[in-house]
Design a protein around this ligand. Sequence first.
Ligand code: MG
Length: 139
Amino acid sequence: MSDGEKHGFFIKAIDERHFEIGVPVRREPWSLIPENFVRVFCNVLGERVRQEELLKAGKFNWSCANVHYKRPLSGEMSTIAPESKLAVLAEEIGEVSRIVCDSLPDEGVLDRKKLREELVQVAAVCVAWCEALDAEATP
Ligand SMILES: [Mg+2]
């Protein structure tokens, strides 16, 4: 799929989703959205899917998109505290910090590819957390 096709696909998906969930569609001048924007959001979407796959595979007990989780030993349902989600986000930001700090003049060259990957992971955690906030707000 070319970047142009991805752009069209992304815009169509937003339009259809707005319609589906009953959110009034604000007709944007979609053509003004740069393709780099779409590429980044596609990467963030891919990272969100990867997080859900890891969750399903049992790599962790909850993701920031969850409101509750099942305690492994007792089986009781618990609310995931905001400070727990903050720890996940801070860990991801810490990885960004590490890449930047490692590139300080005395240390070496900035690994832009790795930095971008980590920034996408930060964004995906933020998206997941927003999903949980929306889920909590939904009656
Ligand atoms: Mg990371």
